[in-house]
Design a binder for this molecule. Structure first.
Ligand SMILES: Nc1ncnc2c1ncn2[C@@H]1O[C@H](COP(=O)(O)OP(=O)(O)OP(=O)(O)O)[C@@H](O)[C@H]1O
Ligand SMILES: [Mg+2]
Length: 376
């Protein structure tokens, strides 16, 4: 999987831009605030249909402009054109080879893995960030998952409004029955997919991590389904669809009274989490910053292999300013891995951070105030 070309119109500080990528290594170098990360953001948009940093889509439209256009040529088995239109008002539009496509089908045509200095949120942040990570990761490799997720949230919303009317308007609790069933049905399927993904990604992360830490530490990813949230450390058990369904059903029954009182859903995968565990200890609480960064690097590299195994081809890896965060040893490990089989797009303020080995074969671009020039 490759991105061949990126075109921008009114995107952040780019009035217009057209870049042709190398199938292997691409480096965007420049001072701060020149537009390097903006390029990764645009590529990421073509993969996910959403930004990794904008709170609102309209932030990405160039100041004073009314819309922005991001388009790219990507090669999977064939070459396709992906386009995204952002407007100040109204929803964004997605096109695949000039035809409109819903967001959920747009995701997964072209895949990326992003590694940024902000990634510490994965270990240190709230469960919500980790759930988003899971959901987008699985969505990239499975269209069915995205639909399931949207359906689940519709049911959840409806169930919440019913619980509210039971709690505050004395509605008959019987109206909930069919929605309980839906919640368990859709929710269990989501959870099974999450358990499966964490299991696979966990095995791969562990292998990567062994290599980075010279086999001194043992990393595990552990799924923490909402019904196991009180266990301080999840037992690492691999949940199957049957155990998920039955524990979900039990939870619905045992939280019934509490839900009637509070007026919203206390059960369901919208309360799931997962943990990074090293040598049996939760990294969020007990890990050093270095251990947390190493675990995340291992997880990101594992994602490459995970996607390859799920889709048959490697995603493009986007590395935002990584050399500023990694120590020498981890930097070397990462850069050694950037072999020719994975297309890589790197941003840096300091090109001399990279060995000539890497830069010699790479396509290098200079970014300055929203203009990009290839170094020859
Ligand atoms: N909607 C927008 N319209 C116009 N310019 C914007 C918009 N959003 C951001 N910018 C500009 O884009 C620039 C930041 O781009 P970007 O984040 O890509 O920088 P960078 O080169 O990655 O810098 P750093 O090295 O600090 O990470 C800033 O100059 C900012 O003012
Ligand atoms: Mg940046």
């Amino acid at each position: 999987m490759l991105i061949r070309e990126l075109r921008l119109l009114n995107f952040r500080n780019y009035k217009t831009l057209s870049v042709q990528f190398d199938p292997q290594i691409n480096i965007f170098a420049g001072y701060n605030a020149q537009g390097k990360t903006n390029i990764l953001e645009a590529i990421y948009l073509l993969a996910m249909g959403r930004s990794f940093r904008a709170v609102k889509d309209s932030e990405m439209i160039t100041h004073d402009q009314s819309y922005s256009l991001v388009s790219g040529q990507v090669t999977t088995e064939a070459t396709h054109t992906l386009e995204l239109v952002l407007k100040r008002s109204g929803p964004k539009q997605f096109r695949f080879n000039k035809k409109d496509l819903p967001h959920k089908e747009f995701v997964g045509v072209f895949n990326v893995v992003l590694f940024t200095p902000d990634d510490l949120y994965l270990v240190k942040g709230s469960p919500g960030g980790r759930r988003r990570f899971l959901d987008w990761e699985i969505s990239q490799v499975s269209t069915g998952y995205r639909s399931l997720l949207l359906d689940y949230y519709k049911v959840l919303q409806h169930r919440n409004s019913l619980l509210k009317s039971i709690a505050f308007e004395n509605q008959d609790p019987k109206i909930l029955e069919v929605w309980d069933q839906q919640l368990v049905e859709l929710g269990s399927r989501l959870m099974t997919a999450r358990a499966d993904m964490i299991h696979k990604l966990g095995l791969l992360s562990r292998l990567m991590h062994r290599q980075i830490s010279d086999g001194r530490e043992d990393l595990e990813l552990r799924y923490v389904p909402f019904f196991a949230a009180d266990e301080r450390i999840s037992d690492g058990h691999k949940y199957d669809s049957q155990s998920i369904r039955s524990r979900f059903t039990e939870a619905v029954a045992s939280f019934r009274t509490a839900e009637f009182k509070r007026g919203y859903s206390l059960v369901g995968p919208h309360r799931d989490d997962f943990q990074f565990v090293i040598n049996g200890v939760d990294l969020k609480t007990f890990g050093s910053q270095g251990q947390q960064r190493t675990a995340i690097l291992a997880c990101r590299l594992a994602e490459l292999e995970y996607m390859k195994s799920e889709t048959g081809s490697y995603p493009t890896i986007l590395l935002d300013d990584v050399t500023s965060e990694l120590d020498q040893q981890r930097k070397h490990f990462l850069l050694r891995l950037l072999t020719k089989k994975i297309q890589t797009v790197i941003t840096t303020t300091n090109i001399s951070d990279f060995e000539p080995d890497l830069t010699n074969g790479a396509k290098v671009f200079h970014v300055s105030a929203g203009k990009v020039q290839e170094r020859r």
